[in-house]
Write a protein that binds this ligand. Structure first.
Ligand code: BMP
Length: 218
């Protein structure tokens, strides 16, 4: 069964914790990023984990020189189970994050962006995305981000990375076609859904809706 990761991009700690509780039984992982961490503190990861007992991935999209990436990763892995970094900075910047992850534990994940899901991604990142995917494969990262908004690109990237899990944003608010995406993804992969769950009247029910579709598509 393809897994469900909620992007918890709310800017209020109490709301984040309330939604975490409501969706916890339907999601496999939680992704948080700057919106939530800058409006609270990174230690919110512990609170979310306590409520949900699920993996929390910190989407900080690291894009810096190795030594700065290393510092950010060291602080992030005190709390998060995984971190998202960019690959276009080059191999050394990603390796720096992987080395920090390994020092912490074998379970800390480094997830690398290949192609992004928004329109602007075709401008600069898409032309090099296949190469980024090949680099991700070579570096044996723990996951790659690839777009649900462009199923044909998702497929190409999946073919390149092979057994590296894909986490794929773009379903819901960004209009990705879930059926097409489910034809491509496998049971180690995740779809990421943010606004369509956390902005809905009943986030728990909406998460259950996605959970059910993923279950039935097996
Ligand atoms: P939403 O379902 O509300 O569009 O949220 C998608 C989430 O995935 C957001 O946290 C966004 O920052 C992230 N994301 C994305 O949408 N496209 C990418 O290519 C990479 C991302 O991390």
């Amino acid at each position: 069964m393809v897994k469900l990761m909620i992007a918890l991009d709310v800017t209020d700690e109490n709301k984040a914790l309330k939604i975490s509780k409501e969706v916890s039984q339907y999601v496999d992982a939680i992704k948080i990023g700057y919106p939530l961490v800058l409006s609270s503190h990174l230690s919110i990861v512990d609170k979310i984990k306590k409520i949900t007992k699920k993996e929390v991935i910190c989407d900080f999209k690291l894009a810096d020189i190795p030594s700065t990436n290393e510092k950010i990763a060291s602080l992030t892995f005190k709390y998060g189970d995984g971190i998202i970094c960019h690959g276009f900075l080059g191999e050394d910047s990603v390796r720096a994050v992987q080395e920090v992850a390994r020092r912490y534990s074998e379970y800390k994940k480094v997830i690398m962006v290949t192609e992004m899901s928004h329109k602007g991604a075709v401008q600069f990142i898409q032309p090099v995305a296949d190469e980024l995917a090949r680099m991700a494969k070579r570096l044996k990262v723990d996951g790659v981000v690839a777009p649900s908004t462009r199923p044909e690109r998702l497929k190409t990237i999946k073919d390149i990375v092979g057994d590296i899990p894909i986490i794929s944003p773009g379903i819901g608010a960004q209009g990705g076609d879930l059926n097409k995406v489910l034809d491509i993804l496998g049971e180690e992969d995740y779809i990421i859904v943010g606004r369509d769950i956390y902005e809905s009247e009943n986030p728990g029910e909406r998460a259950q809706y996605y959970h059910q579709i993923l279950k039935e598509s097996r």
